[in-house]
Write a protein that binds this ligand. Structure first.
Ligand code: ATP
Length: 513
């Protein structure tokens, strides 16, 4: 645990030191759970968004994009169920005065059981060596099976209680499990209460005519209310999808995990409209497609897992999370939800406008069912960033800090470095910058010894350093140093562009899907 906390602290401080993420309004001591993306962060975030958009919109001829406004007619949120049911169960500790989400306290308890299982697996793998069969061990080891059954039973009970609005039982569960306040250890809890997460605001100049609005808590509703407009003007045939990226706002109860849980964040959502009765197939297909997208980035297969929901939201008939191994354990990164016809039907009822599709193949008119994929851009940023940050022991006994971002996502693709600041080398280096910057984000750096400059670029996540030396003046070649392997390669200046393109091209990465 101490190790995990250490790692997480390093992630947060590295993000600041290297211009990725700053606390919002830091000069005024910051605003809790709100963050700004700095010069490198904004590029990484944009590259992740583009990587998602290309995979979802550009590569699917039946998915189109949308950019709906953040403000929406207030009835939207009545229809969607957010006014009545977008709540989190909160609980206060009477001694420490700290506030928590009751479901998160319970989930963290189960997370500790998962950690115990992982430890047993690691121990057994060591003991049995090559003959170790993980699946069999998980299915038969009594201790592991016990932990798993206990965890499942807890989550099931919590799911049922939340679904039935039985908040007294949620509190009873916390007490039975003897869960203490993570900060103080105190088990002196208040009752569990529901808390609505939407931010309210007002539209209009005078107090008496002003209209109460909400900042959208998800981008999905902007897609639903535009369903028919897009379908008609785009002449879309079911099945088809509408994708959108944009800001969402939630007044989160607990916000202590950096950009994992923010009050203002960005979502990348896609709603896929299907014929009723086919939603299960599409749900399975989108689970698989989305996982493949994640795996294409090479952050490691073992760092992902599915978590099927016991507790279903009011709109869903099936739901699963893709969880990622963050520095603080496995947590939700993306949700895939089979939302039925709940949203379109609700908007139909509240607006009085038909939101139906005539299916020429079966000669029937119906309200489509929807399968949604919903990922937090900031959470994806944290997944990529935390996974990439590594401390490496080198052969000469020193260590280096390196940010092994997937090259396709790296903010700066190459740094061009003249070996020395004279003899015409800066001029050649700057010429290379001028040429490459049409295609890639590149940077020029002439300060300090070249070894230090390499380290700086390693920590920045730049996949290539291109060094111009005295030989360059005669042979028109430069040295390319690869961030991850530290290998150096001599290439003609005329070949540099193709070499970088090969490594950072979205196509080459998405082809791994
Ligand atoms: P959680 O259980 O962690 O609160 P959720 O199940 O409420 O998340 P969804 O409503 O399914 O989340 O939202 C879809 C995605 O949006 C999540 O998988 C997550 O990546 C992202 N997300 C949700 N809330 C936040 C937040 N407060 N800060 C950053 N990202 C968020």
């Amino acid at each position: 645990m101490a190790n995990q906390e250490d790692k997480f602290k390093k992630v947060v401080s590295h993000a600041k030191e290297y211009g990725y993420v700053f606390q919002s309004s830091e000069i005024y001591d910051g605003l809790s759970a709100v963050y700004d993306y700095a010069q490198n962060g904004v590029e990484l975030k944009k590259n992740i968004r583009d990587y998602w958009w290309k995979a979802m919109v550009q590569m699917h001829d039946n998915i189109v994009g949308l950019d709906a406004a953040i403000f929406m007619h207030p009835t939207t949120w009545k229809a969607s169920g957010h006014v009545d049911a977008f709540n989190d169960p909160l609980i206060d500790n009477k001694d420490s005065k700290k506030r928590y989400r009751a479901d998160v306290l319970i989930e963290d308890y189960v997370g500790k059981l998962d950690t115990k299982i992982e430890k047993e697996v690691a121990k057994a793998a060591k003991r049995f060596g090559d003959s170790f069969d993980k699946e069999q061990f998980l299915a038969t080891n009594p201790r592991v099976v016990g932990y798993k059954e206990k965890g499942d039973a807890i989550l099931q009970r919590m799911g049922k209680s939340l679904e039935n609005e039985d908040l007294a039982d949620v509190k009873a569960l916390i007490e039975e499990l003897e869960i203490g306040c993570p900060l103080s250890g105190s088990k002196n809890w208040t009752d569990v209460k529901q808390f609505n997460l939407m931010f309210g605001t007002k539209l209009g100049a005078s107090a008496d005519t002003a209209m109460d609005l909400y900042l959208r808590p998800e981008t999905a509703q902007g897609i639903f209310v535009n369903f028919l407009n897009v379908q008609k003007t785009g002449r879309m045939k079911i099945p088809f999808g509408i994708a959108q990226t944009g800001k969402a706002f939630r007044n989160e109860i607990v916000a202590r995990q950096f950009i994992f849980r923010m009050r203002e964040f960005e979502q990348m959502e896609m709603q896929f409209f299907v014929r009723p009765g086919t939603q299960k197939e599409w749900y399975e297909q989108w689970k698989e497609t989305r996982l493949k997208w994640h795996l294409s980035l090479g952050l490691g297969k073992d760092n992902y897992r599915f978590h099927d929901h016991d507790k279903l939201a009011h709109y869903a008939d099936a739901a699963a999370d893709i969880e990622f191994r963050f520095p603080f354990g496995f947590k939700e990164l993306e949700g895939i939800h089979s939302r039925t016809d709940f949203d379109l039907k609700a908007h139909q009822e509240h607006s009085g406008k038909k939101l139906q599709y005539f299916d020429p193949e079966i000669n029937e008119r119906y309200v489509p069912y929807v399968v949604e994929t919903s990922i937090g851009l900031d959470r994806m940023f944290l997944a990529v960033f935390s996974n990439s940050l590594q401390e490496e022991e080198l052969e000469n006994g020193t260590t280096r800090t390196v940010l092994k971002l997937p090259a396709v996502l790296a903010p700066t693709k190459a740094a061009i470095l003249p070996l020395v600041k004279k003899d015409g080398l800066p001029e050649v280096a700057k010429k290379i910058v001028e040429d490459l910057k049409w295609d890639f984000n590149v940077t020029y750096d002439e300060k300090d010894a070249v070894g230090r400059r390499y380290r700086r670029q390693d920590a920045n996540g730049t996949p290539f350093c291109i060094t111009v030396d005295h030989d360059t003046l005669n042979d028109d070649s430069v040295t390319i140093r690869h961030r991850d392997t530290m290998e150096q390669q001599r290439v003609k200046i005329s070949e540099v562009k193709a070499l970088i393109k090969e490594e950072v091209d979205v196509k080459n990465w998405l082809m791994k899907m």
